[in-house]
Structures are given as structure tokens and as C-alpha cells.
Design a protein around this ligand. Sequence first.
Ligand SMILES: Cc1cc2nc3c(=O)[nH]c(=O)nc-3n(C[C@H](O)[C@H](O)[C@H](O)COP(=O)(O)OP(=O)(O)OC[C@H]3O[C@@H](n4cnc5c(N)ncnc54)[C@H](O)[C@@H]3O)c2cc1C
Length: 638
Amino acid sequence: MELNAGIPEGPVDEKWERHLEHIKLVGPNNRPKYDVIVVGTGLAGASAAASLAAQGYNVTSFCFQDTPRRAHSIAAQGGINAAKNYRDDGDTVYRLFYDTQKGGDFRSREANVYRLSQLSRNIIDQATAQGVPFAREYGGMLANRSFGGVLVSRTFYCRGQTGQQLLLGAYQGMQQQINDGRLKMNHRCELQDIVVVDGRCRGIVVRDLVTGEIRSHSADAVVLATGGYGNVYFKSTNAINCNVTAAWRAHRRGAGMANPCYVQIHPTCIPVSGNFQCKLTLMSESLRNDGRVWVPKEKNDTRPPEQIPEQDRYYYLEERYPSFGNLVPRDVASRNAKIVCDDGFGVDGEGSRAVYLDFKDALAREGHQVISERYGNLFQMYTDITGKSPYQVPFRIYPAVHYVMGGLWVDYNLMTNIPGLYAVGECNFSDHGANRLGASSMMQCLADGYFVLPQTIGDYLHDIYQDKVSSDQPEFKAVEQQVQERIDRLMGIGGKQTPLALHRKLGEVVWEHCGMARNAEGLRKAIGDIADIREEFWNDLLIPGGDKGVNQSLERAGRVSDFIDLADLMCRDALDRDESCGCHLREEHQTKEGEVIRNDEKFANVSVWEHKGDGEPHEKHEEPIDFEVLQPMTRSYK
Ligand SMILES: Cc1cc2nc3c(=O)[nH]c(=O)nc-3n(C[C@H](O)[C@H](O)[C@H](O)COP(=O)(O)OP(=O)(O)OC[C@H]3O[C@@H](n4cnc5c(N)ncnc54)[C@H](O)[C@@H]3O)c2cc1C
């Protein structure tokens, strides 16, 4: 496997501009002659599809939902970062770059992160022009708030529904292109595999989720914008159908999978309330702008929170991290919540897995009206789910799986190591290193889709002018047959366990051993347990119904089979990365206070795994990370 990131020469703040000056372009008259497939209609896919079509490319888009607007991105709540410095509080492109590098514990590419910071400003202009209703100050200026790990206010938001509003903006762009005939939308279609012809990705094979038909689509380039794989844990804040299938099937065809063990556990989610649950609910990080996190100082303090006086409360983040307080980054906040709960201070009895997030002071200071304007829908969501109003009692929160920093390896142009196959948004290994800062995912999705890919794709397409393939070619037929054989095999097992039951089992193993804390012994055990689950899956799976129509069990089974293989690789990656960094806490490498200890000498790199065939061990490759601008330092938020 060849990994050439293709980082342009020159000073970091000039790389992107210089790159644009030198990459090859496709002229406007020729763009309609190129077919581009975009799989996924979340923020990354919708923005990419709309922008490519607007440039004149002939775009075909796919998603498994019944409308692009139902992509998981619609759930994003708290906001999107941009270095606009509207608050005049010292923000710059460099500072956003610095915060992101430090937040990611120095495990991301400097050139990508700098470009992301530069482009962040264009995103706000673009979204505002589309009519995205960002919150505004009284005088009309766009409002900002803070997210974890930063000392400025650079997060633009639409109450707690920022993803929904941004997605509607991008969707509107798609609809315009559909109307103009440059974009064709295929709903309720699931990518089953990619097709590689003469070493280049030339199309995809999909299953129509309504009719069960298997069919091929050819193109000159394929863009995967298929989101993250947090649902490998079964319970996560992700939409229930988020999965790894597209990325994993591409991986099986040769695309490198990078840093699969980097998973973000979000500190402020509604705690698990029982085994029946298969979805967890996020309470946006923006709440930590005004809410204060605490636990009682005494273990087993059974008093209701509102009756516990100030002197009996332990505001552990404020005490341990005086500079950043409640706005420490997610990995730090999550780890600390785990530590206080492990130590027996969790609320509602010994060992309870919850801490308080309290708005008492903010309500007294700002008043009900202001707090409701900032967070009203989040307070309402919490009340609907728990029956308790955070206006009266503190939120009870606990960390939950939320986002993955791992994903398909891509170069500076966002192309995977398979020529013609691109990955954008959460499904690539992204710009966030070992930990993503809040409000930075949507920034990356939209930078990738609106501003990077539409400019870089020409560099590849230019050279394959009118070198067309057809979906009738044998390469496509062979993949269609393999897809059908896999489905037949799944349908034919005839066992007793549902895909849901096996998924739950898998999630428990990965959460236990490859979750917030990992160690070598646990990871080795998990690898053995996952092998057992794989065995059970392929021998005892039950899928009712048939494959020639809607069959959600079959859909889930295909996804779970990929999650099982991914889980194995995640544990191997976590075992191999014998250091702690960002969200990856190897218990063998931590300070007495539970802070991570990196090993820059050995692990200042991206781990990229190559699939070598079923039953064969993956081969590991490394992309070294160069530190030209910022030397890695111990990450402190104290
Ligand atoms: C509750 C919640 C709140 C969040 N809040 C914020 C926030 O405030 N700020 C922030 O920056 N980030 C936030 N995030 C993270 C952010 O929302 C996501 O990382 C981001 O939206 C991912 O976008 P995406 O376009 O990469 O993928 P997605 O939105 O997940 O879209 C994936 C698309 O791919 C399609 N797809 C997937 N697989 C296939 C397949 N095999 N075949 C066909 N189609 C397929 C799906 O149909 C879908 O259209 C939040 C996440 C959650 C869960």
C-alpha cells in the first residue's frame, strides 16, 4: 500500500493557496462529461454533491434514508466553529489551528488542520448566504458561544439545532441542482460494495432497500460521505442506522483504514437507564458554557441535589482545571466523570454512573428567558425523556460514545489510496487527531464538501478524460454476484439469534475493553470475545423474511457483520498504540491524576491498516506526522 499524503511545500499558511495554484483543473465545458457518485447526504455529502453539481459535474447521489434531510447530521446540536473573531476576543486562524492541534493531542496533520481553520470562515459566509438562521446579537451581528478546550467564543449556532439548519441549507443546494438536472438522487439505496477497474474506483453496487434489487452504477469518481462508525458500540448518540458498511467494504477492496481506535466519548449524555435501550441521547456540550458540573462531596449522599448546599458540592472540573473549568475538552471531561464515578461519587447511590450539570447559578444570573433562548430545545428534550425539568433540578449526565476520529485514510486532496475513491466528513480519518474539539465536526464536513473536494477532484479527473467504463462490464457483474452471494449466505444461516442481539453483545465487549479506558490484557480478551461473536454470527444468525423487498433484519445483519470485523481491528489498533493520547487512554500510560502520557518518539504517526484477505492479519503502515509549526507539548488545561 502506498501512502503519499501529497502535502504541498511551503509555509503552512500558504500551502492551500499554492496547491490551488498548481493542481489541474477541468474546464467548465468539460465538467458535464464527468460522472461523479456521492454516497451520503449528511453535511459532507450534501455539500459535496450540491457544489460538484453546481460546478457542472454530472452527479448521482445515494442515501439509505427516505430523504437526504434525514441524514444523521440533522441531529447535530450545539454549533459550528469558525475563526471569525466576531467577539473581538483574540481569535485568529492560527489560534483555531493551535486549539485543534492541541485538542487532538498532536496526532493530526498540521497542513490539513491549518487549511480547515482557514476555510472555517468561508463556511459561515456560505451558510449565511443560504439563509441559515444563525443566532444573532441584539444589534444583528452573528452570536457566538464557547465549546470545550478553547479560551475564545467562536461557535456559531442555531439554538440547539445547528445541524438541522445547516443541513437544510445544503439540502436546498442539492434540490436546486436536482431541479436543474445536474444531480440525480437515489433514496433508500445502500452501498454494498465499490467496484475497482484497473486499479481505479469506477463505481458502486447498491441494494435497493425497497425492492431488494442489486444494481451497479458506474462513474469517473466515487465520493464516500457515509459518516462515522460509533454504533459499533451498539449504544451511542448516533442515529440508529449509522454504520461502517460503506467504508468497511471499501477497506476490503484496498482502502487503508486509519486510526480506527480513536473514538470520542462525549461527556454530557443522558445516562443509560436499562438494558432495553439501544440509543443514547446527547445533551450538547454548549450547555457547559453556563452549566456547572458537580458531584456531592460525600459518597452515598442521598439528598436531592437542590438540597445539597454549596459547601457539600465538589465542582471537580473547576477545581482540577482552573483555567478551562467546565469547558475542558471532551476527553478530559469524560475521563474525570468516569474517575469520580469509579471512586464512588456518582449520584443517586454508590457506583451510580451519573454526575450533575447544574444551571442554578446561570438561571439566577441570566434569568429563565435568556437560558431558554440559548438552550430551550435541549431543556425540553431532557424533560421529555426523563420527566424532570433542568429549570428545577440539575441535569444528570454521563459520557457516551459519540464520534469517531478514525476512518478511511485520505491524502491532502481527500482521495483514499484507491485512485478515484474519495472520503469526506466523518467517514475519513479526519483532521481531529486523537480527540475532536466540540463544534469542529460540522466545520470539517462542510469544509470538505463545499470548499476542498470541489477544488481537488479536478486534479484526478483531468487525467482520465473520456476514459469511460460501463456498469455492464464484467468487473461490475462480478461484484454484483459477490454481493448477492453474501446476502444468500446471511439469509441461509437459519439460526436463532437476531442481528440486534448479536450487535448488543458486540457493543458490550467493545465498550468494556475498548471504551473510555483500555489496557493490553482487556484488549486481548476483547479480540478473543469478538472472534467468538463472529463465530456465533455466521452460525446462529436469524433473519426472518426474504431478501426481495424491505427487510430491516437483513439490512442490520449486513451492518453488524462489518461492525464485528471493524471491532476486531479497533482493538488491535488500540493494542498496538502502546501510548495514551487524546481519547485513547491506555491505563498503562497515565499520570497519578489520570492524565494521558504520549510517546511521541514511537507514535507520532497515523496507523493505517491494510486488509490482506479474510482470515489473514491486517498489515500496518504508518504515516509519520511532521511538526513544522507546533512542537508537541504536554497538553494541559489546568
Ligand atoms: C447528537 C449529536 C450532536 C452533534 N452535535 C454536533 C455539533 O453541535 N457540532 C458539530 O460540529 N458536530 C456535532 N455532531 C457530530 C456531527 O453531527 C457529525 O459528525 C456529522 O454530522 C457527520 O456528518 P457526515 O456528513 O460525515 O455523515 P452523516 O450525517 O452521518 O451522513 C451519512 C450519510 O451517508 C449515508 N450512508 C451511510 N452508509 C451508506 C451506505 N452504505 N449506502 C448509502 N448511503 C449510506 C446515510 O444515508 C447518510 O446520508 C453531533 C453528533 C451527534 C450524534
